[in-house]
Design a protein around this ligand. Structure first.
Ligand code: GLA
Length: 384
C-alpha cells in the first residue's frame, strides 16, 4: 500500500478527494530494550515503512473508518467511543477518546488508512496508526498540539484504550524521527539528541521471525510489574531510588540479598542495558560500528537469559547471524516473544546475508522468512 492507493481508495469510498494525506512511520530500535518504562535510555529511529492516512472532516459527529489493508469498515460516532469487537478500530478510537479526555473537541471524519509496516513484526504499526491519526486531526481541526503532545496522547491511547501498558519509545520515534539519524531519548526527562548513522556502509536489516507467541502482552505487563517490585525493594535500601534509572550496578550488587529471583535478574538486565545505550552512542560518535554491534549481541544475551523475553525463533536468528560474514551485531527487537531481529550488516553483504538467513530459517522452522533492509527516515508528516 502506498499513498496513491490509499487516496484512490478514499475517492472510491467517499466520492471525493481527501482533504489531507498523512504518512506515519514505523520504527526500529538499535538498542535500549525494555528500558523506556524504567525511565531509562533508548536509541530508536523512524523507518521508511509507514501507515498512510487519507482523511476529510465531516460536518457531523460520525466516524467512517476504512482499513484498506484488510478491507474492513467501522462506522460509529464520536459520542459513543467504546472498544470495538474487531480490535483494529481501537487504535483509532483510543485517539479520539484521549483527545476528548484532554478537552479537545472536533467534528467527525471520513478516513482510509493502510501501509507497508507488517503487523505483529514489532515495527510499531500500532504506534504509527495512533500518531498518524493524531497528526491528521491536529492539522485538520487546528487543535494546536505540539509534536511532543502527539507522542504523549498516542501513548495514552495505547495504554488506556487498547490496554497495552507500553512505554513511550515507539510513539516518540514515529513522531520525532529524522532522516539518517537515530534518537537517543531519555525516557525520564524526554530530552533527546540525534546521532547520525552511516547509511553508505552499513544497513540495519530486520529478519521477521513470523511468529507472535500468545504471551506477548501478558509477559510484557508482568515484566513491568517485576521491575516495579524491584524498585520497591531497592527503595527500602536506598530511599532516593524512584526507578531503575537511579540504581547503579554497585548498589544492585550490594542489595542482592534482598532481591529474590527473578527480580534481581530483571533489574540486572535493565541497569546494564541503560549503560549499553550510553556506550552505543559513544560508539556512533566515533563511527565505531564494531563496538556498536558487540553491544547489540550483549543486549540479546541479556534479553534471552536475564530478562527472558526472547524465544527459540529469535535466538536461532541471532545465533545464525553471528556466524555470517558482514554481520557486526544482532539482537531481538521490541517487546519480544516474536517479531523481528535487528542486524547490523555491512552494505555489500546485505543480499548474501538475507539469502543465507532465509535458507537457514526455512530449513529449521519451515517458514518463508521476510527480511527488510530499512533506512532511517523522517517522523510523521503530510505527504507532499
Ligand atoms: C514494546 C513497547 C515499547 C518498549 C518495547 C521494549 O515495543 O511498545 O514501549 O517497551 O516493547 O523495549
Amino acid at each position: 500500500m502506498n499513498p496513491e492507493i490509499i487516496s484512490d481508495r478514499f475517492k472510491r469510498e467517499f466520492g471525493r478527494a481527501p482533504e489531507l494525506l498523512v504518512r506515519a512511520p514505523g520504527r526500529i530500535n538499535v538498542i535500549g530494550e525494555h528500558t523506556d518504562y524504567n525511565e531509562g535510555l533508548v536509541l530508536p529511529g523512524a523507518i521508511d515503512r509507514a501507515i498512510y492516512f487519507a482523511v476529510s472532516a465531516r460536518d457531523d459527529q460520525r466516524l467512517e473508518l476504512v482499513a484498506a489493508d484488510i478491507n474492513d469498515r467501522y462506522s460509529g460516532t464520536l459520542s459513543v467511543l467504546a472498544p470495538s469487537e474487531k480490535q483494529w478500530p481501537d487504535y483509532l478510537l483510543g485517539v479520539f477518546s484521549e483527545l476528548q479526555a484532554a478537552g479537545y473537541t472536533h467534528q467527525g471524519v471520513d478516513l482510509v488508512f493502510g501501509g507497508d509496516i507488517p503487523s505483529g513484526a514489532g515495527m510499531s504499526s500500532s504506534a504509527a496508526i495512533e500518531t498518524g491519526l493524531l497528526f491528521a486531526l491536529n492539522q485538520m481541526f487546528a487543535l494546536g498540539l505540539f509534536r511532543q503532545d502527539l507522542v504523549k496522547l498516542a501513548q495514552l491511547a495505547e495504554n488506556n484504550f487498547v490496554g497495552m501498558q507500553c512505554g513511550i519509545m515507539d510513539m516518540f520515534a514515529s513522531v520525532m524521527g529524522r532522516d539518517e539519524r537515530v534518537i537517543r531519548l531519555d525516557c525520564r526527562t524526554l530530552e533527546f539528541d540525534y546521532f547520525p548513522v552511516d547509511n553508505s556502509q552499513y544497513a540495519f536489516v530486520l529478519c521477521n521471525s513470523g511468529v507472535k507467541h500468545a504471551l506477548v502482552n501478558s509477559e510484557y505487563n508482568t515484566r513491568r510489574m517485576e521491575c516495579e517490585e524491584g524498585v520497591a525493594l531497592l527503595t527500602e535500601q536506598y530511599p532516593a531510588v524512584y526507578s531503575l534509572r537511579d540504581v547503579s550496578l554497585e548498589q544492585l550488587e550490594a542489595a542482592h540479598p534482598f532481591l529474590p529471583d527473578p527480580i534481581y535478574q530483571r533489574c540486572w538486565y535493565v541497569i546494564n542495558e541503560i549503560e549499553r545505550v550510553e556506550k552505543a552512542c559513544t560508539a556512533l560518535e566515533h563511527s565505531n560500528y564494531g563496538a556498536l554491534g558487540e553491544l547489540m549481541y550483549q543486549s540479546h544475551e541479556g534479553l534471552q537469559h536475564d530478562y527472558e523475553v526472547s524465544c527459540r525463533e529469535l535466538d536461532f536468528l541471532v545465533a545464525q547471524a553471528r556466524q555470517q560474514p558482514y554481520v557486526l551485531g544482532a539482537r531481538m527487537m521490541g517487546g519480544g516473544f516474536g517479531g523481528c531481529s535487528i542486524n547490523l550488516v555491512e552494505k555489500e553483504g546485505v543480499d548474501a546475508f538475507q539469502q543465507t538467513m532465509k535458507k537457514a530459517y526455512q530449513a529449521d522452522f519451515g517458514i518463508d522468512m521476510q527480511c527488510y533492509a530499512v533506512s532511517i527516515g523522517e517522523g510523521v508528516g503530510e505527504v507532499d
